[in-house]
Design a binder for this molecule. Sequence first.
Ligand code: MGD
Ligand code: MGD
Ligand code: MO
Length: 811
Amino acid sequence: MTNHWSDIQNADLILIMGGNAAEAHPCGFKWVTEAKARNKARLIVVDPRFTRSASVADMYAPIRTGTDIAFLGGLINYLLENDKIQHEYVVNYTDVSFIVKEGFGFEDGLFNGYDAEKRSYPEKSTWSYELDEDGFARVDKSLTHPRCVYNLLKQHYSRYTPEVVSNICGTPQDRMLQIWETIAETSAPGKVMTIMYALGWTQHSVGSQMIRTGAMVQLLLGNIGMPGGGMNALRGHSNIQGLTDLGLLSNQLPGYMTLPLEAEQDYAAYIAKRTAKPLRPGQLSYWQHYEKFHVSLMKAWYGKNATAENNWGYDWLPKLDIPGYDVLKVFDMMYQGQVNGYFCQGFNPIASFPNKAKVSAALAKLKYLVVMDPLATETSEFWRNAGEYNDVDTASIQTTVFRLPTTCFAEEDGSLVNSGRWLQWHWKAAEPPGQAKTDVVIMGGLFHRLRELYSKEGGAYAEPLLNIDWAYRQPEEPTAEEIAQEYNGKALADVFDLQTGAQLAKAGELLPGFGLLRADGTTSSGCWIFCGSWTQAGNQMARRDNADPYGMGQTLGWAWAWPANRRILYNRASADPAGNPWDAQKKRLVWWDGGKWGGTDVPDFKVDSRPEDGMNPFIMNPEGVARLFAVDKMNEGPFPEHYEPFETPIGRNPLHPDNRQAISNPAARVFKNDMELFGSADEFPYAATTYRLTEHFHFWTKHCRLNAITQPEQFVEIGEVLAKELGIAAGERVKVSSNRGYIKAVAVVTKRIKPLTVDGKTVHQIGIPLHWGFAGVARNGYLTNTLTPFVGDANTQTPEFKSFLVNVEKA
Ligand SMILES: Nc1nc2c(c(=O)[nH]1)N[C@H]1C(S)=C(S)[C@@H](COP(=O)(O)OP(=O)(O)OC[C@H]3O[C@@H](n4cnc5c(=O)[nH]c(N)nc54)[C@H](O)[C@@H]3O)O[C@H]1N2
Ligand SMILES: Nc1nc2c(c(=O)[nH]1)N[C@H]1C(S)=C(S)[C@@H](COP(=O)(O)OP(=O)(O)OC[C@H]3O[C@@H](n4cnc5c(=O)[nH]c(N)nc54)[C@H](O)[C@@H]3O)O[C@H]1N2
Ligand SMILES: [Mo]
């Protein structure tokens, strides 16, 4: 979240689109209720299904799955056409005035530089701003230059008229226009909309671009950096935010730093590439500090072994030979027989990953599988024949499966990072049952045994392992406190102010913030954005002061938020260029008091930067402003474009009816065998989507009798019109099949899903909850992911769980 849960109470308008917070985030949803009570805030829900969130909304519109870029692109067009943008904000705080390089272009669904063979854009050099002699981006504040972002944006979305959008989304035009009109009202400087989204946006082959389109809308309306505004990703697992913060993705390092690529063997070049100089005069370009964060990380990992002479152990970092070993890639490699062993820690892929048949076949090719989990998961029993629910030939599977029972969060101390970036400490509440051990003990034990073997027997390139600094009091059992302090970071020598020479921290002290991190090896920090969470003053994550002096829910004394205990990111944008809040009455966040920045939140800014110096709020970008034009950061192009899901019910992209290359995301990676497994609408006519229910949590709660009682049996949702057409009555069993397999479940016939008219056809949508399987105490069911396609978003590789094609028959 750019903002955080309790800040939602400050919204004037709430758009829930691509999520169903009332169902999946019932506790956080109370802040929506609070906003309605406090501000008479209105709630809009756009979802293929009339959901529990929709049931308390002021306005609801149905949408065909996978078409949100069209809906939001149409909204962008509407805002520009009707002059409903927050002018001062947009001109000063976004790149609308920036001039794009000559050669950039878009034609018939493709940007310039497309390579159809590679299914990608290898040549993106023109996807950037034109630079002047001093290396600064050229701008035209009059917004008349034909290649300034404003005009390119206008041109790109001029195709997204209400007729065109309604024809793609199936959303009735009158309802769509009513929603656009309501949203447009928040272009007034003091009026704010927040967007709450989750998997209804992420789990598409164009998921990242859906989210970007939402962010672009928020920028045009001046809603980013504002209390009650922002782009709010409602995260899933209780600590999934912490997972990304700590860089637990194959191409990341902690704190959103990135692993080097194979071509980056040279340390200086690696750092130089990541420390972009300001692209406009007077801007901060905060990533210029990258080396300080990087060296401090290497000191945390390698201690005394990381030295200036060995480039702080740069050679010990893996260098990526491909963009990343994301989970789709790894399972495809496994499927190809290229993986011997797999550690499955807190992950149930046969249930949660697409195309169960492929995942199951992949697991069967392993020599060994280690499952670390408190529960006996389907994955740990993938070899077990469970009749119709897992019809495998056990005898033919040779994989050795090791189960290592772990604890769960309630059985250990530690911190969880919530969606709002708050690190909240929790305390152990119970002893673990049986032989369960914490993940730390298991992984630490494995590390010790491996290191012992390497030091005794040697082996290929053992240095990265042998050089690790493991200075915990009990090496076999590092405590949560020790690990948290390591993430925070310490002074390894006295730390001095670079300008005044004043001493800021003594050797051995915990650091108060990342401003003290140094690139000379005198500081350590395992995750720079967490620096400040455990200081000399103690564990900041354990703070529980809910005082709210400004009545805006910012509660700076409750837990600790990264970065720097700041609650709302980009909050400098809540004030105008002169430093006065856009709304001094109700939306006061930070302001210039004549000498420094201060206010009700920790300023996301250089606190002594005077407004007349012209530094802009988006300090992480070298240009200092937010990007409506994504330059070369997105794999499928700088402006989001509507592409159909890989399995499309209409078989063509209405925006580019004659270009087959532009039907679905042209830059999404598709593995060879999976292309053949996509189904088409003549065999599988219905658009399906999958989702969660409040009463279950993924595949865990079917191990719990009470949950099993509240949702006793697997079902699918079918609209009344289709059910009638197919002669299916409520409560009858149906067979739902895709080109990859089938499931059987009880039919819930509902008014909540209505047929939509799309591209001249009637499209029916089918809703499929995901919680059933063949392990646990609940009544068995089919794994929903038997149906889903093995393709992901072109940037994140998140699978397209939310739009695919099925057929439905009586079972
Ligand atoms: N009780 C409970 N709570 C949970 C979980 C759980 O299993 N149980 N899981 C947690 C996890 S890990 C996560 S990630 C979150 C997920 O939170 P959500 O994303 O809110 O949950 P979902 O139910 O997967 O999907 C949300 C909605 O997206 C809609 N949708 C599908 N396709 C589209 C589309 O193309 N456009 C739009 N606008 N909407 C679409 C679906 O109809 C559904 O209502 O929930 C978390 N909370
Ligand atoms: N079709 C479809 N598929 C989906 C989705 C969808 O919307 N539709 N949503 C996707 C999303 S958002 C998610 S997050 C995934 C979820 O996919 P998974 O993460 O694979 O599913 P979970 O059941 O949450 O599995 C997590 C496992 O972690 C275990 N666990 C809990 N605490 C601990 C611990 O402290 N240590 C260890 N080692 N294990 C622990 C639990 O017992 C559980 O078995 O599913 C994805 N799959
Ligand atoms: Mo999730």
